[in-house]
Structure formats: structure tokens, C-alpha cells
Design a protein around this ligand. Structure first.
Ligand code: GCW
Length: 675
């Protein structure tokens, strides 16, 4: 019997090695034939060793020389790649630059780009390009939909999963150079010596890939862990506790990056517990980190149940503190003022802090975008924020340029996103969700890349270079974000998710005694007059937090972009929109168009069967079925519910509802999260 099991294992092994389970991500380089061109380098380091190894194994072209050149330090960890007679020279001032250059060349090879007369110079737009893992120490992942955490805390530091190096390599291949290992809802335990030894083990694996480790910290750690009487940032004993903790960390991890902090937000402790400000709290940590060049990423995601519009609160909290932060503090701001919705206008805090560096926080994990069931390519969402003009320093003050130091020189610039990575074989749950990890890395490196170019690269590296495949799949990806907006929350609707989770619709939800700002009605404000949140001057006045002329543009129902109309206005059901239809009609058409689009995606995908391996084809196909069913669920739930206010028929030209409202109201998904 034992023998049989052994035999089956041996037989199945080669199969599983080559199973197309998606575990290789976009790194599907062919193995290079022997006896081909050489890879030369005068210098050596563990990082250069990896660069050489990658090229030796996978590069099929001419000889490559890797050169360290201090004169190129103006490129930071960027690089040059140049054709030089019969070889190609990659040069950089840092060894990580050489590694990034090696991956750039391999990407060109894999996307069938022209490799003659190469002349490339690349400088990353942001210094710190970092993933935020919302991974808990018990290996659950907050808002994670790809299985348990890849960090096996219980086995660390003695057992090291091969996935750790694969993770670092994948990040390096797209220029990501930092990772926050644990959830912003941090437990003090991460700072115990036991855990720090585990963190050290990970950082030792990541280091040669240029990937620095950061940690989320709980503001109460001195009290909880150090048994101090409080965690007041002005208490000298608290300051000393952090100083010695930071010293302990740097003794273990000399290149440790710094702390990420969620404080006084959603019930977490913070400086305000002691009557201090966010600046007091951030500065205390910044002082402890300063001698080691560590930084503090202090989150602006703060809001309280109050009479004030939630969308205004981060701005109100932080603008008065501008100028009070140490120079190694960066304020980390979610792209929108509420919370990673399918579509939000940008947070008005961008550009409003004139003396304090700001960084964008995106969410790669699809908390509000169908988890890992829905195919949604997020580069267009990321770009929408990055390309938004805040007008803070006049026309052209885009968020990308404010945060990358172009408009306001910052000592350190950064950009981050909440990861969608878990233990699943394909890392991200949905094969296409890998594209969002990829896209974040590429945009963090260069926000000028187009969504289309990034999709093009990713498709060719991940699936196929055949244009018959690339063209329709790219089209599907590029439209997928607008599609999800259409079937979930068109025209500026937001946060009408079910209370127990953020997956399905529950616009009717009303939980007695629950926080109003966690209730869908707080956001959609449906009544017999119309729909939408009045944030104009006569409403909550959130519009006034935007710089001119946006305050006027958003504040006027005539000029407000229609994709934000219900974000900023309470619009009468019969109000005419630009295409001549009423609000109610357009709402119906939008939901319907979202549903029809997903049906199109199913057809597109089914036609592609010949180009994709069976496993990935089948898995994507199954998830598209779920997405199509969910889209109908969303459409029916929202239209049938809003119809109880509009009292108008659903236009006869569109697909009829497939459900009864009362049945939809009974659906309760069993999910662990509260709001
Ligand atoms: O909206 C919330 C999410 C929480 C998350 C929080 C945050 C980590 O639903 O799960 O907690 O945002 O960003 O801090």
C-alpha cells in the first residue's frame, strides 16, 4: 500500500510540476538553451547573483554585461539598458537596479518586443513601492480572498517556505521594493522578540531581491507589551520604550523600513486616547526611527460616528496638523474619501497638506469589487486617481505628481496598495487578479504607463502572445472596471453593500442601533424625491474641500460629471441627464449594461478555449459564471429596491428582473466581517 502511494506520487509529480495552476504568475520564462550568450559582471553581490542567474536561465539573446556605475545615482534604483556592438549593457548605481534591468530585458523578450538597438533609461517615480498585507498572526487575512496568509508564523523562523523567495522574486520583477507584513489592525504581539525573529528570517530572504520589510504597529504596544501604565506619546517612558524596541528591531534587521500605523480609527488605540494629536503620535515614532533612517506611514483613514459627513472627516482631522509632522512621516491616504468603493472621487486631502508628504493607498484585494470571484482589472481605477487633477498648485496638479515629488519636492516618496496575495496556488484567487498585483507594481514604477500597455504585457507574459487572444482579452480587461461599477454602483452610488460583508447588495439594510455611517441608507439617501447624497454647499458641503474650480464643478448639478452625480447630489428621479433620459431610466440602463457586459465576457472567454490550458480556462470560466449571476443579483436588488421609491417601471427594453425583492432580502451570506 505504502509502495502504491509512493508510486502514484512519483507518477503524478511531473504532472503537478507542470500543472497550469497559475503559480508561476507572469514569470513563465522559457528555460534557455545551453551554450548561448554569456552573462558577464565584474561585480558581485547576492542581488547581482540573482540577476545573473535569471538571465543565464532565461535570456535567449546576445551577451549581457552587468555594470555598476555610481554616476547613475540620479536614477536612484533605476537603470540603463543599451545595445553595444555585439552585447547589451545593463548599468545602474545600485545592484537592485541591475536586477530590475534584468527583469526589464526578460519582459521585452517575453512580450516579443524589438530587441535591436536598445536604448532605455528608467527611473522609478516613487522611492518606496510597497505592498500592505492585512495578514493576521493567526494566518487569517482581513479582506483576503486567496486563502490563508503566505506567512507561516507558526513554522517561522525555522522552516522557510519556498514561497517566500518566489514572493520576493515576483515583486522584484515589477519593481516593488517594500512590504508591510501584517494587518494595519495590528496586535502588539508582532513586536515581541519571538515574532521579530520570524520577521528577520523573512527579511533575510527578501533582502537580495531588494525588498524591505516594514511592520504595522499597534499604538498601545508600550502598555500591552511593555506593561507601562499608558501609551501616551508624550510620556518619556513610552518614548523610551519605542526607542529601545526600534533598536532591538534594527539589531536584527539593519535595513528595516519603518512603521505603518492605523490609529484612532475603527476602534484602534491612538494618541487621541490621551488627548494628543495624530502629529504627536506620528512624531514620537518618527523620532525613534530617525537614527536608522526608518519612516512612519501614518494613515489618514479616520472617521467617527458623528453628524459630520464621513467623507469630510479625514480632511478635517489632518489639514490643521499640516506642518507639524517630522520629515520622516508620510501621510498615507486612501484613494477616495470613503473606502475603496468601485468608484469614488479622489480624496480631497490630496494636495491639501502643503508641508507634509502624502502617499496614495490603493486596494488590490477586491474587498468591494466581488472578492476573487469577479474579473476586474484595476489599472484604470488606479490611473483614474493618479491622473486626477487636484488643482492644488494650479492646473496639472495631479495626484501622481503631488505624491512623486514633481510638484513638491519630498525627501521620500511612496505609494502603496493592500495586497491580494494568499496561500492559493495561483496566489490571488482569480487568475486575472494577478494582473492587479502586476499593474500596481508597474504603475508604482511608472505612473505614466497606460492601463492598456500594462494589460498587454501581462497577458502576453501570463497567457499568450497570440494577437487573436491578446486583443479581445485586453478589451475585456480594460472595460471590466466600468462594468463592475455599472452592475454594482453606477452614477456615483457607493457603499450599498450588505452589512455582514462587502460582497453582495443590501441597499435596504437597516440594523437597529448600528452606526449610521455603516448603513447603506446613509450613502444612497433614496426617498420619494430622488437618489444620492447631497454634498453641495447646501448639503454636507464636502464639495468645499476641493480646490477651485472642482468645488464649483462638483457642486453644480449641471456641471458635475455624471459618474459622480449621486456622490455629490440628491437627484430627482425625473431629472433629465445629458442623454435626455431621466435619472431613473439611466440607472436602469446602467445596471442592465453591466449585466450584459459580463455576459459578453463569458462569450469572449469561451471563444478563447484553444489558447488557454484546461485548468486556467476552466477556473476562469467558472468564476465568470458566478460573476454573471452576481451581476443579475446586484441589478435586481438595486432596481427593485430603488423602484419602491421611484415608483416607475423598469424600461421595457431591458431584461426583466429574475428575482423577487422579498427573496433577495432574505439572502444572508455567512461572512465573518462586521461592517
Ligand atoms: O473599511 C475598512 C475595511 C476594514 C479595514 C479598514 C482599514 C483593515 O472594511 O477591514 O481594516 O477599512 O482600511 O483600516
Amino acid at each position: 500500500m505504502k509502495y502504491l502511494i509512493y508510486l502514484t506520487f512519483i507518477i503524478l509529480l511531473p504532472l503537478s510540476l507542470f500543472a497550469e495552476d497559475g503559480s508561476r504568475l507572469w514569470l513563465r520564462f522559457p528555460v534557455r538553451e545551453q551554450g548561448k550568450a554569456k552573462i558577464i559582471s565584474k561585480h558581485s553581490s547576492p542581488t547581482i547573483q540573482i540577476a545573473r542567474q535569471e538571465l543565464t536561465s532565461h535570456w535567449r539573446g546576445t551577451t549581457i554585461e552587468l555594470q555598476l556605475n555610481k554616476k547613475l545615482n540620479y536614477l536612484k534604483d533605476g537603470y540603463q539598458i543599451k545595445s553595444d556592438k555585439d552585447k547589451i549593457i545593463i548599468s545602474a548605481s545600485q545592484d537592485t537596479g541591475l536586477l530590475y534591468g534584468a527583469y526589464h530585458l526578460l519582459r521585452l523578450q517575453e512580450t516579443a518586443a524589438n530587441l535591436s538597438n536598445i536604448n532605455i533609461e528608467e527611473k522609478p517615480r516613487y522611492d518606496i513601492r510597497i505592498l500592505n498585507h492585512w495578514d493576521n498572526l493567526d494566518r487569517t487575512v482581513e479582506r483576503g480572498y486567496a486563502g490563508y496568509s503566505i506567512w507561516k508564523w507558526d513554522e517561522l523562523p525555522n522552516t522557510l517556505s519556498p514561497r517566500y523567495a518566489e514572493y520576493a522574486r515576483s515583486n522584484a520583477s515589477i519593481g516593488i521594493n517594500g512590504t508591510v507584513l501584517n494587518n494595519v489592525n495590528a496586535t502588539p504581539d508582532i513586536l515581541t522578540n519571538d515574532y521579530l525573529l520570524k520577521v528577520k528570517a523573512l527579511s533575510d530572504i527578501f533582502r537580495p531581491y531588494g525588498l524591505k520589510v516594514y511592520l504595522s504597529v499597534n499604538f498601545s504596544s508600550p502598555k500591552e507589551l511593555g506593561k507601562l501604565s499608558d501609551s501616551d506619546p508624550l510620556n518619556p517612558a513610552v518614548k523610551d520604550w519605542w526607542k529601545s524596541k526600534v533598536k532591538e528591531i534594527y539589531n536584527l534587521i539593519p535595513d528595516f523600513g519603518g512603521f505603518l500605523v492605523k490609529a484612532n480609527s475603527e476602534g484602534l488605540p491612538g494618541p487621541q486616547d490621551y488627548g494628543r494629536t495624530h502629529a504627536d503620535g506620528a512624531n514620537m515614532l518618527a523620532d525613534a526611527l530617525k537614527p536608522y533612517n526608518g519612516i512612519v506611514m501614518w494613515r489618514a483613514f479616520v472617521y467617527n460616528p458623528s453628524n459630520e459627513d464621513r467623507a469630510k472627516q479625514a480632511y478635517q482631522e489632518f489639514v490643521p496638523l499640516d506642518g507639524q509632522f517630522r520629515d520622516n512621516v508620510i501621510i498615507q491616504i486612501k484613494n477616495g474619501p470613503i473606502d475603496f468603493q468601485p468608484r469614488e472621487p479622489f480624496s480631497p486631502l490630496f494636495g491639501a497638506l502643503r508641508k507634509t508628504p502624502e502617499m496614495v493607498e490603493f486596494q488590490i484585494t477586491q474587498e468591494y469589487l466581488g472578492f476573487s470571484n469577479h474579473l476586474v482589472y484595476l489599472a484604470p481605477l488606479f490611473k483614474e486617481t493618479l491622473d486626477s487633477d487636484t488643482y492644488s498648485d494650479g492646473e496639472g496638479s495631479t495626484i501622481a505628481k503631488l505624491a512623486d515629488g514633481t510638484l513638491r519636492p519630498n525627501k521620500t516618496t511612496a505609494i502603496c496598495a493592500v495586497a491580494n496575495i494568499g496561500e492559493d496556488a495561483n496566489w490571488c484567487g482569480h487568475h486575472f487578479a494577478q494582473a492587479n498585483w502586476y499593474a500596481f507594481g508597474r504603475l508604482a514604477w511608472d505612473h505614466q504607463l497606460s492601463s492598456e500597455q500594462i494589460a498587454d504585457e501581462w497577458i502576453k507574459m501570463t497567457f499568450s502572445k497570440d494577437e487573436e487572444f491578446v486583443t479581445p482579452i485586453k478589451q475585456m480587461m480594460l472595460t471590466s472596471r466600468e462594468t463592475v461599477v455599472d452592475y454594482m454602483m453606477p452614477l456615483g452610488l457607493h457603499h450599498i453593500f450588505a452589512f455582514g460583508h462587502h460582497y453582495g447588495p443590501e441597499p435596504w439594510c437597516d440594523v437597529p442601533d448600528a452606526r449610521p455611517d455603516w448603513m447603506p441608507w446613509y450613502y444612497h439617501k433614496a426617498d420619494s424625491v430622488g437618489l444620492g447624497f447631497d454634498r453641495t454647499k447646501t448639503g454636507s458641503d464636502a464639495v468645499s474641500q476641493y480646490f477651485a474650480p472642482l468645488n464649483e464643478i462638483y457642486g453644480n448639478i449641471e456641471t458635475c460629471p455624471e459618474n459622480f452625480i449621486l456622490w455629490f447630489h440628491h437627484v430627482p428621479w425625473n431629472s433629465r441627464m445629458k442623454n435626455g433620459n431621466t435619472l431613473w431610466e439611466n440607472l436602469c440602463y446602467k445596471y442592465d449594461s453591466g449585466v450584459q457586459q459580463v455576459r459578453e465576457y463569458q462569450k469572449i472567454w469561451d471563444r478563447m478555449e484553444a489558447y488557454v490550458d484546461n485548468q486556467r480556462f476552466g477556473e476562469v470560466q467558472s468564476r465568470l459564471k458566478i460573476q454573471a449571476r452576481d451581476a443579475v443579483w446586484w441589478k435586481d436588488a438595486c432596481l427593485l429596491y430603488f423602484q419602491t421609491f421611484s415608483k416607475q417601471p423598469i424600461p421595457y427594453s431591458i431584461e426583466r428582473p429574475a428575482h423577487e425583492l422579498e427573496d433577495l432580502k432574505k439572502i444572508k451570506l455567512d461572512m465573518k466581517h462586521h461592517n
